[in-house]
Write a protein that binds this ligand. Structure first.
Ligand code: AP5
Ligand code: ZN
Length: 211
């Protein structure tokens, strides 16, 4: 089944995607990760995206849609869309793209997490500079301080996890992404999951939905 996993910044989309990849053999398409890889590789796409990301704003729809189209063209299946679509225009473009490929979305799973919890998760998040593994200073600390458990590289704070940028990201989410709840309700694909629980509990519920 192809899934959309959506929710506010810090709702746990990346964390749940990682489990779905490992345990259900699904393929993640994370537009945020794709942009971060482009920034690391200093490509033209990365240079264009960075200014928006560092301010907590959305990258323009046309840029995002073109990038997703290229990934879908590779013929992926059992996809988890993480962080895309993020606007109604992106959702409409996705529908068109999938139709052309004879594919469809099974469910759009929305992870509900209260604002204060999101703030704590985002300000406390640390990521590995090299492999992208995700940690939290309280909830999921590295075994050795400042060092990734997976590859030993340095763990850092994402540029957009600074408190002043988080505010803009949450507002951007409210304005542009939150309306997708209605969009997928109308499409009969919306399912809300309480994301304010332990990672494994949230995962168990998602697993039930996809089976
Ligand atoms: P993106 O990378 O997609 O960021 P986001 O949506 O803000 O989501 P996050 O990665 O911050 O959070 P998450 O939900 O994955 O949470 P995580 O699992 O890491 O996008 C970044 C930027 O790229 C955007 O601002 C925009 O500029 C651009 N962009 C991307 N896609 C775009 C698009 N489609 N259109 C336009 N622009 C786009 O968890 C967070 C923390 O909480 C971690 O520390 C984790 O360990 C912890 N945690 C997770 N789950 C739990 C739990 N159950 N209990 C306790 N702690 C938990
Ligand atoms: Zn690492």
């Amino acid at each position: 089944m192809n899934l959309i996993l959506f929710g506010a910044p810090g709702a746990g989309k990346g964390t749940q995607s990682e489990l779905l990849i490992k345990r259900q053999n699904m393929t993640q398409i994370s537009t945020g990760d794709l942009f971060r890889a482009a920034i690391k590789g200093q490509t033209a796409l990365g240079k264009e995206a960075q200014g928006y990301m560092d301010k907590g704003q959305l990258v323009p729809d046309s840029v995002v849609i073109r990038m997703v189209e290229e990934v879908l063209a590779k013929g992926v299946k059992d996809i988890i869309l993480d962080g895309f679509p993020r606007t109604v225009a992106q959702a409409e473009a996705l529908e068109e793209l999938l139709k052309k490929m004879n594919l469809s979305i099974g469910k759009a799973i929305f992870l509900e997490v209260p604002m204060q919890v999101l703030m704590d998760r985002l300000t406390g998040r640390r990521v590995c500079k090299n492999c992208g593994a995700v940690y939290h200073i309280v909830g999921k600390p590295t075994k050795k301080e400042g060092e990734c458990d997976v590859c030993g590289s340095e763990v850092i704070q994402r540029n957009d996890d600074k408190e002043e940028v988080i505010g803009t990201r949450l507002k951007t989410y409210q304005e542009f992404t939150s309306p997708l709840k209605e969009y997928y309700k109308k499409a009969g694909k919306f399912i809300e999951v309480d994301g304010n629980r332990g990672t494994e509990e949230v995962y168990t519920e998602i697993e039930k939905i996809i089976k």
